[in-house]
Ligand binder design. Structure first.
Ligand code: PHB
Length: 399
């Protein structure tokens, strides 16, 4: 009895050891397989709602960059996983976890809305998954809550408006009203505007706001008409931006009180806004009319591929692809080589349609900001409003 129970124990422990060895072996080969099989790319973008078009433009640009270089990343084929984030912050964490936990993506590309971004950001910081931000400018992501695995290819919310104040004062507009959607993107855009406008000697006579994505502008436009400022400055984007410009014109303010904004106001919406957009002046890190071979080639390829004109969102998606290509080439597709991967992305120079740009220490683009005006359904460049502008990266401690 004793003997048999001993031998049974021995058999059991031997088989446990065998199972252990087998499963370890499996893990090693699975891991090797994981670095040579398809790279799992998660796209978390708005495909419905006021920012739907922005999400599509980002995805198009991202795919174009990768397809131009053979359709692979670091030698690996790609499998895409998509989630519509609806620009709904309350679902941000849950949606990001669908990609990270369920789909086991190697990289998450997203998103547009700053509030939703904070959901992705939490999941990226907790899981360590590589996170590429193709639009949302929320300061925390590249300031106090910056992270080694998070890179932004777009802008920080205050970057475009940091170049706006001086441009408005140069036109002699000494008193301005600010109007925006009240959430991180609008509030942080205001930070840049306030700093640049007051530093140039301007006075902000009133700050107006409404909740995102509300487009009932009438009462606020009536208030602007009564205040009679020299100019109005704003942050709006997507479908809401088109409606704002149309309502501004319909209220009789176009041509009477000049309208300025961060350039998102006039991106991707010039057909929808029609003549209401004429003369609107903005500052942004891109302009359709940049007369560079790089921009012309990009615009042509994008238009041919998608039968659409590209905008800043398409450029940001494209640059996200360019950044990922550089990173993945450096590690030959092995995303487990994090140190080399991040180093390659940190030191990258992106040869973008917007002009060449580099990464700041906090992982946000250092880039030129252009002054533009809408003419004949085009964002025409008037000049560089701020050269190689960097976000402060305040509070960021990477490495
Ligand atoms: C944002 O929420 O960060 C945001 C959204 C749309 C833009 C720019 C910023 O065009």
């Amino acid at each position: 009895m004793k003997t048999s129970s001993t031998s049974r124990r021995q058999v059991l422990s031997r088989s446990a050891a065998l199972i252990g060895a087998a499963s370890t072996g499996l893990l090693v080969s699975e891991q090797a397989q994981a670095q040579t099989g398809k790279l799992r790319v998660g796209l978390m973008l708005p495909y419905t709602g006021t920012f739907a078009q922005l999400g599509v433009a980002i995805e198009n640009g991202f795919r174009l960059a990768i397809n131009e270089q053979g359709g692979k990343l670091g030698g690996r084929e790609i499998e895409f996983f998509k989630v519509d984030d609806e620009s709904e912050p309350s679902k941000g964490i849950e949606n990001a976890n669908k990609l990270v936990q369920r789909d086991k993506v190697d990289v998450i590309v997203g998103t547009v809305h700053s509030g939703v971004q904070m959901g992705i950001h939490k999941v990226a910081r907790d899981s360590g998954v590589l996170s590429l931000i193709p639009n949302a400018g929320v300061h925390a992501a590249t300031r106090a809550q910056c992270a080694p695995n998070v890179f932004r290819t777009s802008f920080s919310n205050s970057q475009p408006t940091r170049a706006l104040g001086a441009a408005m004062m140069a036109k002699g507009h000494k008193k301005a009203v600010w109007i925006t959607w009240k959430y991180a993107a609008g509030d942080e855009a205001f930070e840049g505007f306030k700093e640049s406008y007051t530093a140039a000697g301007g006075t902000i006579v009133k700050e107006l706001g409404l909740p995102f994505p509300n487009v009932e502008f009438q009462a606020l436009l009536t208030e602007i008409a009564a205040l009679k400022p020299d100019a109005v400055a704003c942050f709006f984007a997507g479908g809401g931006a088109a409606k704002f410009m149309k309502d501004y014109a319909a209220a009789g303010l176009q041509g009477k009180i000049p309208l300025y904004g961060s350039g998102f106001l006039t991106e991707g919406v010039l057909d929808a806004a029609g003549p209401a957009a004429n003369g609107v002046m903005t500052t942004l890190h891109y302009s359709d009319s940049l007369e560079t071979p790089r921009n012309k080639e990009f615009r042509l390829n994008y238009a041919k591929t998608f039968k659409l004109q590209p905008d800043v969102y398409a450029v940001q998606g494209y640059d996200t692809g360019l950044l990922l290509i550089q990173g993945m080439n450096a590690v030959k597709g092995d995303v487990t080589k994090k140190v080399e991967l991040y180093k390659a992305m940190e030191s990258a120079t992106i040869n973008s349609p917007r002009g060449k740009w580099t990464m700041s220490k906090a992982h946000n683009p250092v880039q030129d900001i252009y002054l533009r005006v809408v003419e004949n359904k085009e964002n025409k460049v008037l000049g560089v409003a701020a050269k190689a502008l960097a976000d402060s990266g305040a509070g960021c401690k990477i490495s």
